[in-house]
Design a protein around this ligand. Structure first.
Ligand code: SF4
Length: 239
């Protein structure tokens, strides 16, 4: 599978230039081509957020055999845990990874980067290694916020690990359009007004233009990233 060369302006033109169906067809084609190339080594990273629900549904349309993993944390709201149980009951091919090592309860306030590294990035590395992933599929979108504008649909940030972002071009509205039209279940927390979900202490309801503005409010990480899209993921990397 060859890495495509996409410039930020090309991506922006596609975000505004393609219609909903063209974006869905493009995403299906990206996943289908990657599945042809990687087979069982193509694995979906399912965060249980709305974007992951779209990617998972698209992947299941390509093949019911495609597997996935969920990185859960001890700080997830019970509603998200319940949604995870229901999702895994329906799709047992989703494997849960969770780091239960001890850490200070308030680490997320004092050092959220470290907290995310331990609870999110480390188990993601474990998943990639244990599942022998050659290509991981994410729900990342370039219009979600300031930290997501420089990604490509096909990337290889870690050598030997392809990252596929098949819904990179979808706008927030098109995500909800897909979920409604294809009747895909979502986390009930969205009904309360959340637009971007994560751990309970680090997620707030926000009406800001930036979709991720409710994440890590009051810290230097506000509206930012947990690290799975920005940190090295191959296990030979030492923290
Ligand atoms: S989102 Fe917050 S609680 Fe969750 S791992 Fe990151 S810093 Fe810790």
């Amino acid at each position: 599978m060859t890495q495509n060369i996409q410039r930020e302006e090309d991506i922006k033109a596609l975000v505004d230039g393609l219609n909903f169906k063209e974006k869905v067809d493009r995403a299906l084609s990206l996943i289908g081509n990657a599945y042809d190339a990687f087979g069982a080594r193509l694995v979906v990273a399912h965060s249980l957020g709305k974007d992951s629900c779209v990617v998972w549904d698209l992947a299941k349309r390509i093949s019911p055999h495609i597997k996935g993993f969920i990185v859960a944390t001890r700080f997830w709201p019970e509603t998200t845990r319940q949604f995870m149980r229901e999702t895994v009951e329906r799709y047992p091919e989703l494997k849960i990874f969770e780091n239960d090592e001890a850490l200070p309860d308030d680490l997320h306030q004092g050092d959220p980067d470290r907290c995310c590294e331990i609870l999110k990035v480390v188990p993601t590395r474990e998943a990639i290694e244990e599942l022998n992933v050659g290509c991981w599929v994410t729900g990342l979108r370039c219009t979600e916020g300031r930290t997501r504008t420089d990604f490509k649909e096909i990337e290889e940030r870690d050598i030997g690990l392809v990252k596929l972002n098949p819904i990179l071009l979808f706008k927030e509205r098109e995500i909800w359009q897909y979920l409604a039209l294809y009747k895909v279940d979502t986390n009930p927390l969205y009904k309360m007004g959340y637009r971007s979900l994560g751990c309970g202490p680090c997620s707030q309801i926000s009406t800001d233009d930036n979709e991720r503005a409710g994440r890590w409010v009051g810290t230097s990480k506000c509206g930012g990233e947990c690290g799975i899209h920005t940190r090295p993921l191959k296990r030979d990397y030492q923290i």
